[in-house]
Design a protein. Structure first.
Length: 254
């Protein structure tokens, strides 16, 4: 990406779950493209660190603390606080926050794990979008990018819960595209495969057989996934609606 990228110049963006992992890279990528980025997450120290890094690179960012697993009012409060922090409106929403669950047999998943993963991965993006998309529609434009997963495209033994939440998010993407598209709001998703983050080492044994079969024979980098998010958020994708874009080295294709 060019250091002179201005695709989001003058626009505002909220990236949920942007105090760690892929979310940090997405926040930096959108900021480098000119967006004023609202960073959000549970830990203020990490949020302040991300904001400091964006500003040091010449970007514009602010932080809003949010626990998306806390339920309805807390999630809706994030939407209100992020809108205020962005200057009164949001042009881009990236539903990135997610709770991972290590692969395990369905019968071994606890009630709490089921509630936690669905709470962050399904309920939170539904509520955030419901709180932000109508204002985008009223202004006649906006872009929403959901961060799904290649596991939401195909079933995988031991991954029913996490895969199921991502399949729901992909379905949300298509339904919201139909709901908000006529008012000028584009809704799309990226579906990454394994991403080479620090946490990826926890899943190394699980993903090795997968990587052996995909055309690229490697994980995606956070920058590659973030570049796809930027594409969908920008006018480069001006007539792209309801797409679930695989960024997985060809895993979904083969």
């Amino acid at each position: 990406m060019s250091p002179n990228d201005t695709r989001l110049h003058g626009r505002t963006a909220l990236v949920t779950g942007s105090t760690g992992g892929l979310g940090v890279t997405i926040a930096h990528t959108l900021a480098r493209a000119g967006a004023r980025v609202v960073v959000s997450g549970r830990r203020r120290d990490r949020g302040d660190e991300v904001v400091t890094g964006i500003r040091a690179a010449g970007g514009d960012a602010t932080f809003v603390v949010a626990d998306l697993g806390a339920g309805g009012d807390a999630v809706r409060r994030l939407a209100d606080q992020a809108t205020a922090a962005a200057g009164g409106h949001l042009d881009v929403l990236v539903n990135n926050a997610a709770t991972l669950l290590m692969p395990k047999p369905t019968a071994d998943v606890t009630d709490r794990e089921l509630q936690d993963v669905f709470g962050v991965n399904v309920f939170a993006p539904f509520l955030v979008t419901g709180a932000i998309a109508p204002a985008m529609a009223a202004r006649g434009g906006g872009a929403i990018v959901n961060v799904g997963s290649n596991t939401g495209l195909r079933g995988s033994a031991g991954s029913a819960v996490y895969s199921g939440t991502k399949a729901v998010l992909h379905s949300f993407t298509q339904s919201w595209a139909d709901e908000y598209g006529p008012a000028g709001v584009r809704v799309n998703a990226v579906a990454p495969g394994p991403i080479a983050t620090e946490r990826a080492v926890e899943f190394a044994d699980h993903v090795a057989p997968m990587l052996a079969r995909v055309p690229s024979r490697r994980m995606s980098t956070p920058d590659e996934v973030a570049a796809s998010v930027l594409f969908l958020a920008s006018d480069d994708a001006a007539n792209v609606h309801g797409v679930v874009l695989s960024v997985d080295g060809g895993w979904a294709a083969v």
